[in-house]
Design a protein around this ligand. Structure first.
Ligand SMILES: C[S@@+](CC[C@H](N)C(=O)[O-])C[C@H]1O[C@@H](n2cnc3c(N)ncnc32)[C@H](O)[C@@H]1O
Length: 277
């Protein structure tokens, strides 16, 4: 039995179709995320513990609680539970190779090289970028902004503390240079070096809202988040991000994603790699 099914069975709550539609609408309004009907079991499983926690009787009661404004922090908890945060170090390695061999050598020297990891999840993506920049740019200045809608994953990202199994795709020389192996009670884990952690500004940003002023970036990573958005939301999100990309800067999206019908301004330079003219 899956964890979600086990939780559901244990809690004994039933999610009605009408209630699922309410949660679908809420998540769309808040985060721009479109939940397909196939996600009903996921919603059911993940929210069951919150119903139990608040000693409520149904998903409908929980929806009421979420939208009543009585427990404002509960909305963030629901978002944290309903977002999918799968990620790993050096995911989609072609992007890192392109950054190293094509983007960095062509950068304008002088000002700091700036990267935004715009749906950073638990931090593996921005730390992968940080390792590459630290290794390639040496003393030259660089900075990374890493953001996500989920405060739960951002906390994990800020900690920079991972299970040893997560090292699988980290190149050996980066492992030696930027990852500290845990000893004693931390055995089986590793920590990202403080020099890298201190250079990343982790902050909560909802891509479905007006974006904060973060300045302009040489590269924006917007990977594996648009899969949860419909075309209209993708269009708005990419349009908002356009202002944050320097002329000549790059936007990187997931290999399974596409900007077809989403944006005409950006030029394709390689699969899933776009350049702002
Ligand atoms: C599957 S992870 C992708 C992580 C990383 N970019 C990668 O490619 O491995 C998707 C992330 O997008 C975040 N997300 C979903 N909707 C968002 C929104 N409206 N604004 C910001 N982040 C969002 C989720 O919280 C999740 O951490």
């Amino acid at each position: 039995m899956t964890t979600a099914a086990a939780e559901r069975q244990e809690a004994g709550y039933r999610l009605l179709d009408s209630e699922f539609t309410q949660f679908q609408g809420l998540l769309y309004r808040l985060a721009g995320i479109s939940l397909s009907p196939a996600k009903k079991a996921l919603v059911c499983g993940r929210l069951a513990k919150r119903i139990k926690h608040h000693r409520l009787n149904s998903y409908g009661d929980y929806f009421q609680l979420l939208t009543s404004g009585r427990e404002p922090q509960e909305l963030q908890i629901a978002i944290d539970l309903l977002t999918t945060n799968e990620t790993y170090f050096f995911r989609e390695p072609k992007h890192f190779e392109f950054l190293r061999s094509r983007i960095l050598p062509a950068r304008r020297p002088g000002s700091a090289f700036r990267v935004w990891s715009a749906a950073c999840s638990s931090g593996e993506e921005p730390y992968s970028i940080a390792m590459l920049l630290a290794d390639s740019l040496r003393e030259a200045p660089w900075e990374i902004v890493a953001s996500d809608i989920s405060t739960r994953v951002l906390e994990r990202a800020r900690n920079g503390h991972y299970a040893m199994e997560r090292t699988e795709h980290i190149p050996q020389d980066y492992l030696r240079a930027y990852c500290l192996k845990g000893v004693g009670r931390q055995e089986g884990t590793f920590m990202i070096d403080k020099r890298l952690r201190s250079k990343i500004d982790f902050r909560q940003v909802n891509l479905n809202e007006q974006l904060p002023r973060l300045g302009e970036f040489d590269v924006v990573f917007l990977r594996n988040v648009m899969i949860y958005f419909d075309v209209e939301t993708k269009r708005k999100v990419v349009q908002r991000l356009m202002a944050a990309i320097k002329p000549g800067g790059h936007l990187l999206i997931g290999h399974s994603e596409s900007l077809n019908g989403v944006n005409e301004e950006l030029q394709v330079v390689a699969p899933s790699i776009y350049r702002k003219p």
